[in-house]
Design a protein around this ligand. Structure first.
Ligand SMILES: NC(=O)c1ccc[n+]([C@@H]2O[C@H](COP(=O)([O-])OP(=O)(O)OC[C@H]3O[C@@H](n4cnc5c(N)ncnc54)[C@H](OP(=O)(O)O)[C@@H]3O)[C@@H](O)[C@H]2O)c1
Length: 383
């Protein structure tokens, strides 16, 4: 029995993790569930899975839940270090799960990490916590499908035999749209991904390809490889989830139909491959062809902005991550256009005063600076 705690159980990844667990009640047990504001769904999950500990952000509904549930009310950082947790799934968005991720790793608890922003902003602190807790059992298991693919390709390989990594990118909602029409796209169009069903923020980031920049920075931390050895390849079908090229020229890839159930269950059950929620079978003969191409810089300026921020190895990546979070929120609220997102990020990149070798607090301040910077540009009407 693998005892699982989920931070962000009401989100896209959290709900899919519960689908995996529901399909194998004799393999997994839910120990704790933490959510944000969707208390209605959390109540349903609590009634179905009977966790020992729960959490939701403060609200009237959360207070009501506290009084009707027997489960212990526990902050995410406390959930993360419970002695009955075999694996913590960090599936929150933004930085909500970062302190809990660090606490779990320090305590020697494996973390299945979906939340890329935690690594982009706090990568150095997360890796330090991993090193601190490694002898007690701490592990970082990637959940993002690209990173899960690379992780699987690296099983049994020597790290110094890796030449480069290739992250595949579908191109998101507007990969075929005439560039002149990008100014007028709506939030509803941007949150409709051709291959994946995900939360709104990551789906907009997929349409701008900022998400792929975040993923490159995430890979840099997870696999300890510099950004200039991480390539991005456009691949429409999202069947090849990512690839590793070795020093002898050999290339390993991991394939499958797009389905987050698979990377989630691999991260929860590692080192086992439990066939609880088998991905839809991949039938290459049926697919007939897979398509590849280079990324169009004109269409996806946010990718290079994110990569440039990541290459600086100071607080810039944190600042740009915060700026993107705010820019996407303003776009989703119809307060700016889709094409304003790269404009806002460029302004943030040019205006940020970076700190070299930052500690976690400095990185968190830079992330907040990015938010405020974009909020101010929007509210001042300077765009
Ligand atoms: N979705 C995917 O397929 C996918 C794939 C790869 C990576 N990721 C990454 O995984 C993370 C989650 O993505 P998502 O698409 O699942 O996002 P999402 O659907 O927006 O879900 C976010 C979850 O975090 C919860 N949350 C927010 N603030 C919280 C807080 N302070 N304390 C506890 N819970 C909190 C939300 O609760 P409420 O809903 O109750 O407010 C929700 O359960 C992101 O970093 C994303 O980049 C996602």
């Amino acid at each position: 029995m693998i005892r699982v705690a989920i931070l962000g159980s009401t989100g896209s990844i959290g709900r899919q993790a519960l689908d995996v667990i529901r399909a194998a009640p004799d393999q997994f047990e839910v120990v704790a569930l933490a959510a944000g504001r969707n208390v209605k769904l959390l109540v349903e999950q609590v009634l179905e899975f009977h966790p020992a500990a729960i959490y939701a952000l403060p609200s009237r509904e959360a207070n009501a839940l506290r009084t009707i549930s027997d489960a212990e009310w526990s902050e995410p950082e406390m959930i993360a270090v419970r002695s009955d947790v075999d694996v913590l799934l960090t599936a929150t968005n933004g930085l909500a799960g970062l302190p809990a991720t660090i606490a779990a790793l320090r305590a020697g608890i494996p973390v299945a990490i979906a939340n890329k922003e935690s690594l982009v902003v706090g990568g150095s602190a997360v890796i330090s916590a991993l090193k601190e807790g490694q002898s007690a059992g701490a592990e970082l298991r990637p959940v993002d499908s690209e990173h899960s693919a690379i992780w699987q390709c690296l099983w049994g390989e020597q790290p110094d035999r890796v030449e480069h990594l290739t992250l595949t990118a579908s191109g998101g909602a507007f990969r075929d749209l005439d560039l002149t029409q990008l100014d007028a796209v709506t939030p509803e169009q941007a949150v409709s991904h051709p291959n994946w069903d995900m939360g709104k923020k990551i789906t907009v980031d997929s349409a701008t390809l900022f998400n792929k920049g975040l993923e490159a920075i995430e890979a840099r931390w997870l696999f300890n490889i510099p950004l200039d050895r991480i390539n991005i390849l456009q691949h429409r079908e999202s069947v090849i989830h990512s690839m590793v090229t070795f020093t002898d020229g050999s290339v390993k890839a991991q394939l499958g139909e797009p389905d987050m159930g698979l990377p989630i269950q691999i991260a929860l059950a590692y080192p086992d491959r439990v066939p609880v929620h088998p991905a839809p079978p991949l039938d290459l003969a049926e697919r007939g062809a897979l398509h590849f191409g280079t990324v169009e810089n004109d269409r996806f300026p946010c990718l290079n902005i994110a990569l440039e921020a990541g290459r600086r190895e100071d607080t810039t990546a944190a600042a740009i991550s915060g700026a993107d979070e705010a820019a996407v929120a303003h776009f989703l609220a119809n307060e700016c256009r889709f094409t304003d997102i790269p404009r806002l990020l460029t302004l943030a990149l040019e205006s940020h005063q970076p700190t070299i070798s930052p500690d976690l607090n400095t990185s968190l301040e830079a992330e907040q600076w990015g938010h405020h910077f974009v909020d101010e540009v929007i509210s001042s009407g300077l765009l």
